[in-house]
Design a protein around this ligand. Structure first.
Ligand code: GAP
Length: 654
């Protein structure tokens, strides 16, 4: 969880220069690893080795822990496996997928099945963000915002399918964590709060990211997302060893210069670094030491050692190329507050300054007393909110993963004060329930992991924080965070507002400030994870098929009703009647155009879990329809009046 809301702490610590060059949105005091090649940790930043491969190392300030990003089980073992190559998909033989299994091809009218041969073969590691973005555009899931005006960076619009998908995700969250529980209630606060809220929460002073500017192109970058490494040519005559020749590159070889790459997956980072290193080599080809080192043989570079730009000294920064200009035109990092400001009322001066909320959480804290006073809730209890949040991200990227306007689903779960034996079990329960929710809406378990923040790596007020990570095509990243925040927020607002935000325990007759566990999940980030996770490809009877294997619960369209022909009135009437009935309950589609096989493919591509074909037998013989399952392509024959109960079970689980 990127605790930008640990802003107050960060402000204090950055004033003490404990945070390196740039104020961090998340402060975690961490282990300082030594680092060669002239980088060091000169500015007091926190260094963490995130990835070590044989060809590159990457060192990053964020979070200050040396924990594996994927696969570290919070419950002790390291049980979570890396993503396997393909989703499981049962396959079974028989009929072609181009024809519905009408009663004439099945053995009994109510439950008989038939299916075509489907074998899933999708290799998840091949999934690229371009594929996802293009599918989203093509099928009306997500569009770039204001596209007719060439778009607007960091903003997105949801199309017809995306809107349904998002709605289903929010409904699933609300059902699971609010309606199905007696201890959680919901609120819907305003987006703009009294600006004092943000003073008390610490956002005004320290909700910032470290930013570097390119003096030439005027482009801005997040310093902790931009990495540099020396490009060092290994000396073939010295056997390409790592002897330090004291040239500032360190560790042997000839320093050609520095490369700069954006944070990404290892392969992309190394590829980009190699391209730049080769260019540097070409530029240095006249140098005698370079000629000597190569001795007519192929160039070999020392493995890259990446550090993010919050870690470099001024001396190094003067040699680091800007991604925009290719020249060393970057400034040193400085803080950039991420809150969007606006003016409220007719006056446009300091007194009318207000902010768009950067998280939904504070709306909950400032309503704590109202909710408590108007309900019969007793500790422990939670308040949930789903709504828009706005962050002026310096480098919004990876599509809807990090945008400037997004939605959050957050719960503040208030618990009695105390140390770990009090909050620990609540925290563990919320981690378990959160993971179970994520798997319940269809995320493949093998793509999920944990990132456990502990000990010195935590914000000073936080007792613990665990992120649930997802293996996105661009790398394993935080999907949601579950933090034990102590009483920091209620206390800060008590101090800021002068209103005591406490709790009176009827049983013990004690008054105290409750502590809080905060599960926080981005709607858009979850939507992206769901699309990636559902991306599937297989072969049906030798023919390639692309489909989205959305869980029926969150699939944007639940059912496609397909009349076998479009020119036989009684058949069309039956299909339309069924469609009308299903429409009252779910988002369904009616498709009568093209061969049935092509209609199946169209439905598969947008992840419709069930296709219902109304055929001649429906109106002439058995009054039943064929229901085809998207993933298995299995078909069952179901009497018309059993269709709704059947689908209820399959889609809603009851
Ligand atoms: N109240 C705690 C909080 O806001 P956070 O880690 O900054 O913590 C929580 O945000 C979740 O919100 C993240 O795990 C992520 O799912 C989502 N999120 C944060 N920033 C986002 C952005 N710029 N775009 C999309 N989702 C974002």
């Amino acid at each position: 969880m990127l605790h930008r809301s640990s802003a107050l702490a960060m402000f204090l610590l950055s004033s003490l220069n404990l945070l390196g060059n740039g104020g961090r949105r998340e402060f975690r005091a961490g282990v300082v690893f030594g680092f060669g090649n002239g980088f060091g940790n000169g500015n007091g930043g926190i260094v963490r080795t995130v990835i070590t491969t044989t060809i590159a190392t990457r060192t990053k300030t964020t979070k200050g822990r040396a924990t594996a990003l994927v696969g570290t089980s919070i419950f002790g073992s390291t049980a979570e496996a890396e993503a396997s190559s393909s989703p499981s998909s049962p396959s079974s033989p028989s009929a072609t997928d181009n024809a519905p299994a009408s009663s004439s091809t099945t053995t009994s009218s109510s439950t008989s099945t038939s299916s075509s041969s489907s074998s899933s073969s999708y290799d998840y590691s091949k999934l690229k963000m371009e594929d996802v973005v293009s599918l989203c555009k093509r099928r009306g899931i997500v569009f770039p915002s204001s596209e007719i005006y060439n778009g607007y960076a960091g903003f997105f619009d949801y199309g017809p399918l995306g809107t349904e998908l998002k709605r289903n995700v929010k409904d699933a969250f609300w059902t699971e964590f609010v309606r199905a529980r007696e201890d959680v209630v919901g609120i819907d606060s305003s987006i703009i709060h009294n600006p004092s809220t943000w003073k008390s929460s610490g956002h005004l002073d320290g909700f910032s990211d470290p930013m570097v500017d390119c003096r030439e192109t005027k482009l801005r970058y997040r310093a902790d997302q931009l990495y540099t490494s020396p490009a060092i040519l290994l000396d073939n005559d010295r056997g390409g060893n790592d002897k330090d020749d004291g040239d500032g590159g360190g560790g042997g070889g000839i320093l050609l210069g520095y490369v700069t790459v954006m944070e990404g997956n290892d392969v992309d980072m190394i590829k980009s670094a190699e391209t730049q290193a080769k260019k540097l080599l070409k530029e240095s080809s006249g140098r005698d030491d370079v000629k000597d080192a190569r001795s007519g043989r192929d160039a070999r570079f020392k493995p890259f050692e990446f550090v993010d730009l919050t870690q470099v000294t001024e001396d190094i920064m003067r040699r680091v190329p800007s991604p925009g200009s290719g020249k060393p035109t970057l400034t040193m990092p400085r803080d950039f507050n991420l809150m969007f400001s606006t003016n409220v009322g007719a006056m446009q001066d300091a007194t009318s300054l207000a902010y768009l909320r950067p998280e939904t959480a504070q709306g909950i804290f400032i309503n704590y007393k109202n909710v408590l006073g108007s309900s019969r809730l007793k500790l422990p209890f939670g308040i949930a909110q789903i709504g828009k949040a706005f962050r002026n991200e310096i480098t919004p990227r990876n599509f809807i993963f990090r945008s400037r306007e997004f939605e959050q689903m957050e719960i503040e779960y208030f618990i009695p004060p105390g140390d770990e034996e009090v909050w620990g079990p609540y925290h563990r329960d919320w981690i378990r329930d959160s993971r179970s929710f994520l798997e319940g809406v269809g995320l493949r378990s093998e793509l999920l992991g944990y990132d456990v923040h502990s000990g010195d790596g935590l914000a000073h007020y936080a007792r613990a924080c665990t992120d649930i990570t997802f293996k996105f095509p661009f790398g394993t990243q935080e999907l949601m965070g579950i933090a034990a925040r102590g009483d920091f927020d209620l206390r800060s607002h008590t101090e800021g507002s002068g209103k005591v935000l406490d709790y009176f325990d009827e049983d013990t007759k004690e008054k105290f400030t409750p502590h809080v566990i905060e599960p926080s999940l981005g709607v858009d980030r979850l939507v992206l994870a769901l699309i990636c996770s559902a991306y599937a490809e297989d072969e049906i009877n030798g023919e390639k098929r692309n489909y989205l294997s959305f869980h029926p619960r969150i699939a944007p369209v639940k059912v496609a009703v397909l009349p076998l022909v479009k020119n036989k009135e009684p058949l069309v009437d039956a299909a339309r009647a069924l469609f009308g009935k299903l429409q009252r309950r779910w988002n369904v589609m009616y498709d009568q155009t093209g061969a049935i096989g092509r209609r199946y493919r169209r439905a598969d591509e947008i992840g419709v879990p069930y296709c219902i074909t109304v055929d001649f037998d429906t109106i002439e013989k058995d009054g039943a329809v064929t229901v085809r399952d998207r993933d298995t392509t299995e078909q069952v024959r179901i009497p018309l009046d059993e269709v709704v109960p059947y689908l209820s079970k399959m889609i809603d689980g009851y």
